[in-house]
Design a protein around this ligand. Sequence first.
Ligand code: GLP
Length: 236
Amino acid sequence: MNLIKANGYKDLSRKAANVISAQVILKPNSILGLATGSTPVGTYEQLIEWYQKGDIDFSRVTSVNLDEYYGLSPENSQSYRFFMNQHFFEHINIKPENTNVPNGLAGNPEEECERYEKVIADLGGIDLQLLGIGHNGHIGFNEPNISFEKTTHVVELDDTTRKANARFFESLDEVPKKAITMGIKSIMQSKKILLVANGPDKQDIIQKAIFGPVTPEIPASILQFHPDLTVVYSFE
Ligand code: GLP
């Protein structure tokens, strides 16, 4: 495990972007697993800046996102597809058809999970997966007490997660109750993993996830078993 301490959010974003940019420079047709949440936003901003300077090229990159709220359309400003377009894809030269996010409007969500898992398999797996972490240790939307064996599946969101994410919605009632997420198995099969955690409120869960026992009560703790994990953190 590679633990990288950053000095504040800007530094964390630069260090995380460095890992992603090294991946893309060394393998221009990388399959990048991407994440939403507020933490990766600065990482995307840094990558956009380097792209604008001509230092990094996304034209051969394919992306697969971790998760999507069930019931939200791509045009809904709270959907993760909208978030990715707004914060990253629209500002770089990745081909829109090479960006993948689960379809939150799929009529049959179970079928959508199977389709999504097949997309990842057909791409030959994920080269580098970027992850944030929830306060309860969730990664993607794998809430505590999940099975480590699961691939992409439908989840009921925890009340704590809905409350934490309610700040992006008009009210708590509008936060979807379900989501489609890559499972722990899909995540663990990535060749490399980059976990980013920012702020004093993430210190406790990072301590538990990285140094505590590996348990489904803290989904991110399984990452301790990944052979190529980098954690970039700042608790300032
Ligand atoms: C959401 C996302 C997660 C993310 C988490 C933490 O629940 N599904 O992928 O890691 O939020 O978000 P933040 O970085 O805003 O703390």
